[in-house]
Ligand binder design. Structure first.
Ligand code: GLY
Ligand code: MN
Ligand code: MN
Length: 436
């Protein structure tokens, strides 16, 4: 984990951004049952991790930039030796203050009785409505109570403000320690992709490759995958979020692997597509070269001032021309873009923010338009072509081919840095990696 000074600096920056009239409330999401009495592993809400580094459930952070004392207040699970024997160590209220920098800390159970006082008389509460119904109700009750106490000098906030307004703007521009975590996540992910390419011969099951990939993530100290690992062989590669990973890889298949390691809570997001036999067939090669040329030229566009929409339009244009050249579509690129026919084979966006969440926080638009990229932002570039096995009116040899190529790109002062550049993607490099 980063030094506690990193989290303190983030809280200070956030408090400066929302100003002395605001209060921010950030709460962890509830633990979720998986089945019976077994829970999904707990993963801290990214906003809360960003501001505290605190990874325990049942945690609430209240930031009060205008307060004279107790600007940073935490509600946490108290120490409990009996429970800790079963469920693991807790920092407790002492740890929240001594290790995590809270000015005041209270047991989680006291949140509902103390909330109204902590938000009283502020102008705005910055809080993410709609994530957790129980917490929404607690905030609602605190506001309703304050409406009744106005005559006694405790009035409710005038507005509830979405965290996108300030917190997600901070998360959008990555600091050096965040880029270091993303670099490490990328390095580990690249090793996992290389191992999959080396191992993924006909007869191997998709889940075996998934296991090798996830093992590699954990072996190097990652939490595991930052999103469920996708291993799609043959026509499974045409299903964008195929996560069953249950089929055997067959001779002649392309294998699409979309997998990224989460390291220190930051995730990489890499896709590579490679031939199980170690050599692309001529039709596979033709489709692959179109996607690759599109992806490489899209990455070249990344620099401050360019927008994600411009990058996407470029990819749509290139891929649509490719679809026509392949015989998937007829007419001109302008016509097929205008009537959206290209969406049959390229139906997703080209980029998203990347960071603590795979689809990271941050507004994509400004005044209704795609916003210009700025140094420190991290995006994916992930064009693809997906030709369904039962697609009508397409050359038979192209049916069932799915290809996506995805890299992670930091916007720098003058251009960009590809965090995942060491993961092979040129045809000869892919074929060499498949030979091991
Ligand atoms: N792995 C999910 C995505 O590429 O957006
Ligand atoms: Mn992605
Ligand atoms: Mn991906």
């Amino acid at each position: 984990m980063f030094d506690s000074a990193v989290f303190a600096a983030r809280r200070d920056a956030y408090m400066r951004a929302i100003g002395p009239g605001a209060v921010a409330v950030v709460r962890s999401l509830p633990e979720r049952l998986r089945n019976g009495d077994a829970f999904h592993p707990f993963r801290q809400l990214s906003d809360l991790f960003y501001l505290t580094g605190f990874v325990e459930p049942d945690t609430t952070l209240i930031l009060r930039p205008g307060a004279e004392t107790d600007r940073v207040v935490m509600f946490v699970r108290p120490r409990d030796p009996d429970m800790e024997v079963w469920d693991g160590r807790r920092a407790g209220v002492e740890g929240a203050k001594e290790v995590y920098g809270a000015d005041a800390a209270h047991p989680a159970a006291e949140l509902s009785s103390k909330m109204w006082e902590l938000i009283a008389n502020c102008e705005e509460v910055h809080y993410s409505l709609g994530l957790d119904e129980d917490m929404d109700k607690q905030i609602g009750r605190a506001i309703a109570y304050l409406r009744k106490t106005e005559k006694k000098g405790k009035r409710p906030p005038r507005a509830v403000v979405d965290p996108r307004a300030a917190l997600h703007e901070l998360r959008l521009r990555k600091q050096p320690e965040e880029l270091a975590a993303l670099r490490k996540a990328s390095e580990i992910s690249i090793e996992a992709h290389l191992l999959a390419m080396k191992t993924g011969r006909p007869g191997v099951f998709e889940h075996e490759l998934e296991a090798l990939i996830n093992y590699t993530f954990r072996r190097h100290g990652g939490t595991g995958p930052g999103y469920t690992t996708i291993v799609g062989a043959g026509e499974n590669a045409t299903i964008l979020h195929y996560i069953e990973n249950r089929c055997a890889v067959a001779d002649g298949d392309l294998v699409l692997v979309d997998a990224g390691c989460e390291y220190q809570h930051y995730t990489a997001d890499i896709t590579r597509t490679w031939p199980a036999s170690g050599r692309f067939t001529p039709p596979q090669r033709r489709v692959y070269e179109i996607v690759l040329a599109t992806q490489v030229s899209a990455i070249e566009m990344v620099k401050p001032g360019v927008t994600i929409d411009e990058i996407h339009d470029h990819c749509v244009r290139n891929l649509t021309e490719g679809m026509i050249a392949l015989g998937l579509l007829t007419g001109t690129a302008e016509e097929r873009i205008a009537d959206l026919a290209y969406k049959k084979f390229y139906m997703h966006g080209t980029s998203h923010w990347l960071g603590l969440d795979v689809h990271d926080a941050g507004a994509y638009t400004r005044g209704g338009k795609s916003r210009p990229l700025e140094p420190g932002m991290v995006i994916t570039i992930e064009p693809g072509l997906y030709i369904a096995a039962d697609a009508a009116d397409v050359p038979a040899e192209l049916r069932g081919i799915g290809i996506r190529i995805e890299d992670d790109v930091v916007v720098t002062d003058r251009g960009h840095e590809v965090l995942t550049a060491a993961c092979p993607k040129r045809i000869e490099d892919i074929e060499a990696a498949c030979r091991g």
